[in-house]
Design a protein around this ligand. Structure first.
Ligand SMILES: Cc1cc2nc3c(=O)[nH]c(=O)nc-3n(C[C@H](O)[C@H](O)[C@H](O)COP(=O)(O)OP(=O)(O)OC[C@H]3O[C@@H](n4cnc5c(N)ncnc54)[C@H](O)[C@@H]3O)c2cc1C
Length: 402
């Protein structure tokens, strides 16, 4: 991602000779420094923690999709991802017991169980293995050619050979992530003049984080715990407790790994028109798409929620154990949630505040659709991927109907 032009030392970083890697136009204070993109089949869903909760309909849903429709879409998405409740016993039940009055519950996770083994799933696995589709790997789509509100081809380059490839189809779905979907549209001449919301309303979940050593009596040889405390009207954050990577070099085997738990407290984030990514065409990423320049700042109200989340995380952790000295509770850099939302947001009217309708179809186009978390238009705190998959079900149905 673009690095700030001016690092910890305050010195300006020179742009790389070919303009890749460093975006000299990025202002450090407006950067979404924690944001990342992936270049792989399955996207970030190859790396994800498989935690797949539904959004809270009372707090996080938006106009244009009613409750019954959400239920149907969620069921399809959950089925495709094999979402079920984390069934870990031992440590998970003990943690749940200690946090019962806070509304803690087993996390819904995307996983298939085979006997004693688990195969974690993700968006890469939703297509049926029936030969009805073709996957062309190692292609970077650089531009969509369109005429009179119809996309006629996607123009791609083979990353290994540099060969140009033109793909023609009746319908096109851009699902290149919350940062690269607007980049591809922009590179295709779909600019903010015609679609003023493109790249705007950039939202990220401010995340408070810390790693905890559970009290010794919680050590058990069981499946790792996955626990959430969902957001509700009185508590504007979504909490997640799970076992993930820790800095083994710092610990050098001095802590029983079964006792290390990561705490992620995602704060409700209200989309703001001012927060955006913009493209200048001056800087390009490794795949040849325009690099985003971030204009992202937080408000005092947003920082207040993040501070409350951090305090809540500390208080919750106090019931379970002690923080690792190397991973004390803190609010991570903007973008660290890896939940980029809003940059291609959906809406109920082509009023300049959305890029696509509630089926993901880009306003003004007959056959151009969007997928991914960039479509999420409203204030949320919950992990967004299941919701994005649910929206994809709706889009797929719309594309099928033509
Ligand atoms: C470590 C980690 C843990 C996470 N854990 C969770 C979790 O537990 N729960 C949760 O809900 N979310 C989690 N997330 C976030 C989740 O993975 C993302 O929300 C989700 O993958 C976003 O989906 P997307 O389709 O919008 O974008 P992406 O997953 O980024 O997919 C974009 C795809 O487009 C491809 N692409 C980009 N540009 C081009 C181009 N020009 N041509 C062709 N292809 C292109 C990319 O290679 C990629 O395959 C996690 C993310 C990470 C990194």
């Amino acid at each position: 991602m673009p690095r700030a032009n001016g690092g910890l030392t305050g010195r300006a970083l020179p742009p790389t000779p070919d303009g890749k890697g460093v975006n000299a136009g990025q202002r450090a204070r407006d950067n979404l420094v924690g944001a990342r993109v992936t270049n792989m089949l399955g996207g970030m869903g190859i790396l994800w923690n498989c935690v797949a909760p539904r959004l809270n309909p009372a707090v996080e849903h938006w106009e244009g999709i009613d409750g019954d429709e959400w239920s149907t879409l969620y069921r399809y998405a959950e089925d495709a991802l094999a979402v079920g409740t984390s069934v870990s016993r031992g440590r998970q039940e003990r943690v749940l017991g200690l946090l019962a009055d806070l509304g803690a519950r087993p996390a819904p996770v995307a996983a298939r169980h085979h006997g004693a083994g688990v195969r974690w799933t993700g968006p890469a696995e939703v297509l049926p293995a029936d030969g009805s589709w073709q996957l062309i790997p190692e292609l970077s789509v650089q531009r969509l050619t369109h005429r009179n509100g119809r996309v006629v081809s996607a123009d791609a380059v083979a990353l290994d050979t540099g060969e140009r490839v033109v793909i023609e189809a009746g319908a096109f779905v851009v699902a290149t992530g919350g940062l690269r979907a607007p980049a591809l549209l922009w590179a295709s001449g779909i600019h903010s003049e015609e679609r003023p919301a493109l790249g705007r309303y950039l939202a990220d979940h401010p995340v408070s984080y810390g790693q905890l050593v559970l009290d010794q009596d919680l050590a058990e040889d069981d499946a790792d715990p996955f626990v959430i405390i969902p957001i509700d009207g009185d508590r504007p954050f979504h909490s997640l407790l799970l076992c993930d990577a820790y800095d083994a070099n710092l610990l050098e085997g001095r802590v029983d790994e079964r006792l290390i738990v990561s705490l992620y407290w995602y704060s409700l984030s209200r989309p703001r028109h001012e927060n955006r990514i913009r493209f200048t065409g001056q800087a390009f990423d490794a795949t040849g798409l325009p690099q985003p320049t971030f204009e992202y700042t937080t408000t005092e109200a947003g920082r207040e929620v993040a501070r409350a989340a951090l305090e809540d995380l500390r208080a919750t952790a106090g019931r379970l154990g002690e923080f690792l000295p190397s991973s004390q509770p803190r609010v991570l850099s903007p973008g660290s949630s890896l939940h980029v939302m809003g940059t291609t947001r959906m809406g109920v009217a082509d009023d300049g505040h959305s890029v696509a309708d509630t089926h993901g179809r880009v306003w003004g186009f007959d056959n151009l659709y969007l997928g991914g978390t960039g479509l999420i238009p409203s204030a949320t705190a919950t992990n967004p991927t299941l919701a994005a998959c649910a929206l994809a079900v709706s889009t797929a149905d719309r594309v099928r109907r033509g």
